[in-house]
Design a protein. Structure first.
Length: 236
């Protein structure tokens, strides 16, 4: 009962973060509509991308809450991490173009499958990616690049998103978790927004018995999770 009450409190805090985050796309849609009225040439593609991003964030939030409250049947299956990263990149491509961010896919070797919930893993990565894409322009990086990458570590196979910014630290993530729901900018060193995508990903991964953590890859800084290889499938 105590665990369920704690989950409910965290869900409420996450909802506050999502509500704060939704102000950004709604404001963007209002401005895009205003410009369209003035120029008589509304940018429908940009408006659709903004709306799709907001809807996807809501879908991922609902998924995370349902998984945390055991209302979602968590089915594990053999999953190709590289395929999930590729599909996540495809989902994020239009948002990245709108923000002038160059998306890259880096597969650091040939790996077997891992046992995971594919929908949950992809939703977590897309949520992370959207949050970082929105954060990068304000961080004044010389190049706006975001890398979706996987590599092997001593504990398993890492899947994450990486960039040049050194603001992605363990301390920043820990502090953001403490401030979630109580601050408009809980990840103030990383993003000027509410950073809801990071916390949505955190919630989804927790429901999958995984952990969101700060990661390094090829000299880049990022956020990712460690997945256990599917040894049973490899032995067949």
């Amino acid at each position: 009962m105590a665990d369920r009450e704690q989950t409910s409190v965290l869900s409420q805090q996450l909802l506050l973060s999502v509500a704060e985050q939704l102000k950004l796309p709604l404001l963007q849609l209002a401005r895009q509509a205003e410009i369209g009225q003035l120029t008589k040439k509304p940018d429908l593609q940009a408006m659709q991308a903004t709306a799709d991003t907001a809807l996807r964030m809501l879908d991922n939030y609902v998924l995370g809450v349902r998984m945390a409250l055991d209302q979602y049947q968590l089915e594990l299956e053999p999953v190709s991490v590289s395929a999930v990263l590729y599909d996540s990149g495809q989902e994020l491509s239009r948002l990245a173009r709108n923000y002038g961010v160059d998306l890259e896919l880096h597969i650091g070797g040939r790996f077997g499958t891992v046992m995971a919930n594919r929908v949950g893993l992809q939703s977590a990565l897309v949520s992370l990616g959207a949050a970082l894409i929105e954060a990068l322009p304000a961080l004044e990086q010389p190049q706006l690049k975001l890398q979706l990458a996987t590599h092997r570590c001593r504990y398993g196979i890492v899947a994450g998103l990486y960039t040049d910014t050194q603001q992605l630290t363990t301390e920043a993530l820990r502090h953001g978790r403490q401030l979630m729901g109580g601050s408009r900018q809980p990840l103030m060193d990383v993003t000027h927004t509410a950073g809801a995508g990071v916390f949505i990903a955190d919630s989804i991964l927790k429901a999958m018995q995984l952990k969101l953590q700060v990661s390094r890859h090829n000299g880049l800084f990022g956020l990712g999770t460690v997945l256990l290889p599917n040894h049973q499938m490899q032995l067949v």
